[in-house]
Ligand binder design. Structure first.
Ligand code: SAH
Ligand code: F3S
Length: 489
């Protein structure tokens, strides 16, 4: 399952219920990670206060906003192509349309964007969305507008996101912004700035509000959730300078998990992304302690070679990662684990690559998101190392990694055949209008006949078969995780 879930969402555009007093039309499109999709919900919420309703017809838009990703060159090329498309629409049928670029590419390229892409009127970095009202005034008056200032404390904790493209069952709640890890291949620390955490009370408020609106699952989001630390606000790196009182009352990620799980015991809790160097045993115990925290950890490793891990500035060894996997299994029975992997990092040899494959055989990952190395301007790897693994070698290694993942993923899926698992119904199956699709705690999608069940129900599903990533079965009754939908029965 190579990034299948994410790929199908790329470029999603959204329209929400219009407000009658709003007269202008906003078309907003998002690329990249879940955080970008969550940020677009914050942006839509701000734009609703500025007279904009959303539309999903590009030709009708007064303003187009594209929330962009810089993680690999391909992600940036996709956005460039979209800009060409907007340009054609503007020339052909919508001459007054304005275009704003948001997110990581905006942060990386700054005002260069205005020079390189004539169609762009506005460039807004990920920490500057609250400045959108001012920037709008600028472009309305015919000037280009740029704000790419990164912030020490912006978490948008005080903005209630407009839920875009929602199934009404699952929602993202962001808990940290930025990243301090400085993996040498990664552009995120440059585009999203230093790491800061969001006030736990505003997180709990958002979770409670989602429950009241009928949502049944939240995914807590951050580039590195295990590093979450609230001590009254401010950058993670300034924690050592905090007062004794602030230190004594600080909330870490394990404590946050307990709080969220206790606040809504029938709301499922997921989180992403974990980092092997920062995840603590307290987090594993928190997962084990609460039935509603899902048994699934996305635990990127990037490589199985000690030498490459060091070059990547991943601050753990292969052995430490393997012992961590052992602890996950000891503390959380049947926990699913997924990976991110990079093939062809500079200087990677066949030996290093084999170490990656053998680590994968050891862990037997349930899922994986696998990529060929893409050099990103400004990163340590780009500055210090030559991108010296030929493209065809990267591709071949990537294919070998994907092949191992397919096999272990299928083996792991087969574990569920014959078992009865609890699933939360999210939507209709893509394959059949007569079937529901829902996920079990390990994040496997199960499909089964609809019968009289409804979206948002927790049901027990007897699994009779599987493909490499999907479980197939039939519902055998409600689970005892009760929510408003099932209470209505
Ligand atoms: N902590 C983040 C990681 C963001 S990037 C998170 O929340 O997911 C997601 C994945 O993209 C990384 O784990 C890595 O596997 C991949 N990636 C990042 N930079 C890359 C690059 N320069 N080339 C190829 N893949 C990259
Ligand atoms: Fe990137 Fe490493 Fe942070 S992959 S997002 S620098 S944990």
């Amino acid at each position: 399952m190579e990034k299948i879930i994410e790929e199908e969402k790329q470029g999603t555009t959204v329209a929400v219920a219009p407000k009658s007093e709003n007269k202008r039309k906003l078309y907003i499109e998002s690329y990249g990670c879940q955080m970008n999709f969550a940020d677009s919900e914050v942006v839509a919420s701000i734009m609703a206060t500025q007279g904009f309703n959303t539309t999903n017809v590009l030709e009708d838009a007064d303003l187009v906003l594209v929330n962009t990703c810089s993680i690999r060159d391909k992600a940036e090329q996709t956005v460039r192509k979209r800009l060409e498309k907007y340009n054609r629409v503007k020339r052909k049928s919508n001459p007054n349309m304005k275009v704003g670029v948001l997110g990581c590419m905006a942060e990386r390229l700054k005002s260069k964007f205005l020079e390189e892409e004539k169609i762009v009127d506005m460039v807004v970095g990920p920490d500057a969305y609250k400045d959108l009202p001012n920037l709008l005034t600028e472009i309305d008056e015919g000037r280009d507008a740029v704000n790419v200032i990164l912030s020490k404390d912006e978490t948008y904790g005080d903005i209630a996101p407009v839920r875009l493209n929602t199934n009404g069952v699952t929602a993202f709640v962001s808990i940290t912004r930025g990243c301090d890890n400085m993996c040498t291949f990664c552009v995120v620390p440059f585009t999203r700035g230093r790491e800061r955490s969001r006030d736990p009370y505003s997180i709990l408020e958002e979770v409670n509000d989602l429950w009241d609106k009928g949502f049944k699952e939240v995914t807590l989001l951050g580039q590195n959730v295990d590093s979450y630390l609230w001590y009254g606000g401010g950058l993670k790196k300034d924690f050592k300078k905090a007062s004794k009182m602030a230190k004594a009352t600080a909330v870490d990620f394990a404590q946050l998990l307990h709080k969220v799980a206790n606040a809504q015991p029938n709301m499922r809790v997921r989180f992403s992304t974990s980092n092997p160097q920062d995840i603590s045993d307290d987090v594993l115990h928190a997962i084990a302690a609460h039935r509603n925290i899902c048994n699934y950890i996305h635990l990127p490793v990037q490589s199985g070679s000690d030498r490459i891990l060091k070059e990547m500035n991943r601050l753990h060894t292969r052995e430490e990662y393997m012992r961590l996997i052992d602890r996950v299994h000891a503390i959380i029975p049947n926990c699913a684990i997924s990976q991110d992997m990079i093939a062809g990092f500079p200087t990677e040899t066949e030996e290093d690559h084999k170490d990656t494959l053998s680590l994968m055989e050891y862990v037997k990952y349930d899922y994986g998101f696998m990529f060929a190395y893409s050099e990103r301007p400004g990163t340590m790897a780009a500055r210090k190392m030559e991108d010296d693994v030929p493209e065809d070698v990267k591709k071949r290694r990537l294919n070998e990694i994907i092949a191992v993942q397919r096999r272990t993923g299928h083996e792991r899926a087969q574990f569920f055949v014959g078992k009865t698992v609890e699933c939360l119904i999210e939507k209709e199956s893509k394959k059949s209008p007569d079937e529901w699709a829902g996920r079990n705690t390990q994040n496997y999608v199960a499909v089964f006949p609809k019968e009289n069940y409804k979206v948002g129900d927790y049901v027990m599903v007897k699994i009779t078969d599987c493909t490499s990533a999907t479980l197939i079965g039939e519902a055998v009754g409600y689970s005892d995780m009760v929510g408003p939908t099932t209470l209505d029965q």
